[in-house]
Write a protein that binds this ligand. Structure first.
Ligand code: GDP
Ligand code: MG
Length: 453
């Protein structure tokens, strides 16, 4: 899937390559062509329209990034919007009270039974003990098909003589006895959704109280397949979709519109007939694939690095000017939290003493410092010297730490202030040198350097 869409979109953005400016009119034309490409890839029209509107809005906010080429900016914005369109990646949570129960629905032939076995094989590789439950009693061969697949996957299997609802319930009950922590229930499918099917699935859901209900959707059926999802959602229950037959030459629009049309995420993509042909669905990876991996990644990383470096430089400047209050300290810690480790932040400032660059502050540490500083009054943050023992105790109680930890923080802060003060002059020189380097880099064609940076 997606070959055609990917080619079209990459062709459109490639046309912008090497251009240093893009007029309003050209931008609108580009958006129009992207719109056509999406519609031809079978993305639902309302979804496409919304996508193009957000992309336009995203680009309108990109004034600051004038120093980037239009190609880079558009590719990055399109990437962000594609990822937003498909939502956050799905993560399977296991029930705190095992077994975790997965019930699979879907029309006939979409790949449910295969999917049940693929999920079981995958979970087994992750160290779980799955039990496959054959509750599709409508087709005589279905139970045997699942039994064979369970053997291939090396996982447990259960079926029974009663009705589909009884078999499903017994399967979940058997899990404890058989020491299985995940139960995957395969159900019957029909050529079209009908009342009888919905009623049976509803009863199975009531009887098994699933952790998740997955609907298998055949990617080859495109948008039509999504249209049926609404009925399962309304009448039974629906937590996520699995797109099957993603290895076919389907146009892929269903994958892109799934969340917008059904309101539930895509959890997995089934990409072949073998047991191992199941992948978690990662919106960001798919977006990169559509836009052309190497190119986009490079541009996005450079833009991100610039924004980060800009913020880091501003933070470093403030430290080195010796204007450090506890308030700043907190702001900077938050920045560090956002940027990653303090070490990587400091590594952006060439020439800093090694001891400083070696400092690593973990998230937990930052959280504690954050709690302590937040428990201080504004006055205490500005003039920490007024913090006596009784204030320390109050702050400690507020932050849920010991008063020793408050002392520790204050001592550390005092040390940092002292060190920074002594570095003052040298620090200024370092910042100047760093700025010069950035400027030089820009002269050498680093178009992505921030303005005024
Ligand atoms: P069910 O009726 O929904 O249970 O569908 P089955 O699991 O029996 O699958 C129907 C057919 O589709 C079988 O021939 C499978 O091998 C095939 N199939 C299932 N998933 C995929 C897939 O992701 N890619 C391809 N190419 N074939 C698949
Ligand atoms: Mg089946």
């Amino acid at each position: 899937v997606f070959e055609q869409l990917s080619e079209r979109i990459q062709g459109i953005v490639k046309g912008l390559r090497g251009r240093s400016r893009i007029s309003e009119k050209d931008l609108e034309e580009t958006l129009g062509r992207i719109r056509m490409a999406l519609i031809e890839a079978d993305v639902a029209v309302p979804v496409t329209n919304r996508f193009v509107a957000s992309l336009r809005a995203n680009l309108a906010g990109k004034e600051v990034l004038k120093s980037f080429t239009p190609h880079q900016v558009i590719v990055k914005a399109a990437y962000e919007e594609l990822v937003a369109l498909m939502g956050a990646p799905f993560k399977l949570s296991f029930s705190p009270r095992p077994p975790t129960v997965l019930v699979l629905f879907g029309l006939q032939g979409v790949g449910k039974t295969t999917l049940a076995a693929k999920l079981a094989a995958r979970l087994r590789r992750e160290g779980r003990s799955p039990l496959l439950v054959g509750a599709d009693l409508a087709r005589p061969a279905a139970v045997e098909q699942l039994r064979t697949l369970a053997e291939q996957a090396g996982v447990g299997f259960y079926s029974g003589q009663g009705s589909a609802v009884e078999v499903a319930r017994e399967g979940v009950e058997a899990a404890g006895r058989l020491a299985k922590d995940v139960v995957i229930v395969d159900t019957q499918g029909r050529l079209a959704v009908d009342e009888e099917l919905l009623a049976e699935l509803g009863e199975i859901v009531s009887a098994t109280d699933p952790t998740y209900c997955f609907l298998a959707v055949d990617a080859m059926m495109g948008q039509d397949a999504l249209a049926t999802a609404g009925r399962f959602k309304e009448r039974v229950r629906l937590d996520a979709l699995v797109l099957t037959k993603m290895d076919s030459d389907a146009r892929g629009g269903a994958a892109l519109s799934a969340l917008a049309v059904t309101g539930v995420p895509v959890a997995y993509a089934s990409v072949g007939e073998r047991l191992q042909d199941l992948e978690p669905f990662y919106p960001d990876r798919l977006a990169r694939r559509i836009l052309g991996m190497g190119d986009v990644l490079g541009a996005i990383e450079r833009i991100q690095a610039t924004v980060d470096a800009q913020e880091a430089a501003a933070a470093a400047q403030k430290i080195l000017e010796g204007r450090l209050t506890l308030e700043d300290y907190l702001a900077q810690l938050r920045q560090v939290k956002k940027l990653g480790s303090l070490a990587s932040l400091l590594s952006m400032i060439p020439g800093l003493p090694k001891e400083l660059a070696g400092i690593e502050i973990g998230d937990r540490e930052i959280g504690r410092v954050e709690a302590i500083i937040c428990s201080m009054t504004k006055e205490e943050r500005e003039r920490p010297e007024i913090i006596d023992f009784s204030r320390k105790k109050r702050i400690a109680a507020g932050a849920g730490v010991s008063h020793e930890e408050v002392s520790q923080l204050l001592n550390g802060f005092k040390e940092a202030q002292k060190m920074l003060a002594s570095m003052g002059v040298m620090g200024q020189a370092v910042v100047k040198r760093a700025k010069k380097r950035v400027a030089k880099g820009r002269a050498k064609g680093g178009r992505y350097t921030p303005k005024g940076g």
